[in-house]
Design a protein around this ligand. Structure first.
Ligand code: GDP
Length: 317
């Protein structure tokens, strides 16, 4: 019988960027799924999380709700990032054990890896140091869920997995300049500069840092595969394994958006971690899968979506 048939799936953050793409895929899976709204169920409160679990009685929980963003929001709101992610993660796990959920899929982040590492980030290195200072609050509060997962497996027999996601991009991302990650930020900047015929676009840092970019719908596909196939406590990376410099990304977005002006590098803005690229051997072996969308193809789809939905995209905070 299919893993998904008649499964009751609760997806926190299901109306957010990644969550909404997971929901799109769940629609094709022959399962029942529930997307709690923050107004009704605020997961920073345990009583609200418990009420939600009592109402929907999920078998499987995908915890994709998070308060997060790119390098800049981590400078603006480190306290809120710390508190909301820590408490939401703890409450989702506690409500899951109290309500006898079969499995929790924790959505983690590449920001959890030690900030000094420059080689491929392999799962075994997750605890070998503090995350980079620009993302430490987000990174720590995500990976601590994996510790809770081990404790809850031991005491309550709760099955949870911890997936470490690389930088995502795609339709329905956050395009607000304070919050956006680099891909969304550059898409907005280059599309607007083209519309306004601006002579130059400002891009932050030196252009030298290396990042990995995963198309959001590919990521949603991997998450559902992992929910089905993976049952170990050891974390598993989800990425492309391909590093791209910020300079190369900026030039690709420039081409895809048809922008004719020039790029100005603002080195007053932080570069962040030098290199963030995940080792993906385990993902390929366990899931028998690799991301189907190339960076160029994903950026083309995203730029077209952004151009067609600009007002809605810009309004999303
Ligand atoms: P990070 O991966 O956690 O460091 O977060 P980001 O995706 O926000 O930033 C990645 C890199 O892109 C950093 O080196 C930024 O300085 C650089 N970058 C260049 N231009 C921008 C921009 O307009 N917005 C953001 N968020 N980052 C930018």
């Amino acid at each position: 019988m299919s893993f998904w048939k008649d499964k009751r799936v609760l997806i926190t953050g299901g109306s957010g960027f990644l969550g909404s793409h997971i929901v799109d895929r769940l629609k094709t899976m022959n399962c029942e799924f529930f997307v709690p709204r923050k107004k009704q169920y605020d997961f920073t409160r345990l009583d609200a999380a418990e009420l939600c679990f009592a109402t929907y009685k999920p078998d499987l929980v995908i915890h994709s709700a998070a308060y997060y963003g790119g390098i800049w929001i981590n400078q603006l709101y480190p306290g809120r990032i710390y508190y909301e992610n820590l408490v939401m993660g703890a409450n989702v796990m506690e409500a899951a054990q109290r309500h006898k959920v079969e499995k929790v899929v924790q959505i983690g982040t590449a920001c959890s890896y030690p900030g000094y590492l420059e080689n491929e980030l392999a799962e075994k290195d997750l605890w070998n140091g503090l995350p980079h200072e620009t993302v430490v609050n987000y990174g720590i509060t995500k990976k601590i869920m994996n510790v809770q997962g081990a404790a809850y497996k031991k005491q309550y027999g709760l099955n949870s997995i911890h997936l470490i996601l690389t930088n995502l991009y795609g339709p329905r991302d956050t395009y607000h300049p304070d919050r956006s990650h680099v891909a969304a930020a550059l898409i907005r900047k280059f599309v607007e500069a083209t519309l306004n015929r601006s002579p130059e676009v400002e891009v932050w840092g030196t252009g030298k840092p290396i990042r990995e970019f995963l198309y959001v719908d590919d990521c949603a596909e991997a998450i559902l595969l992992a929910a089905e196939k993976y049952n170990e406590l050891e974390p598993m990376n989800i990425g492309t394994g391909v590093g791209t410099s910020i300079r190369e990304l900026a030039e690709t977005v420039q081409q895809v958006s048809g922008y004719q002006g020039s790029i100005r590098w603002n080195t007053d803005k932080p570069d962040g971690q030098f290199r963030k690229v995940l080792a993906t051997e385990k993902m390929r072996r366990v899931l028998q899968w690799q991301p189907p969308t190339s960076l160029r193809a994903g950026l083309e789809k995203t730029v077209h979506w952004y151009e067609a939905n600009k007002a809605e995209a810009d309004a999303r905070l």
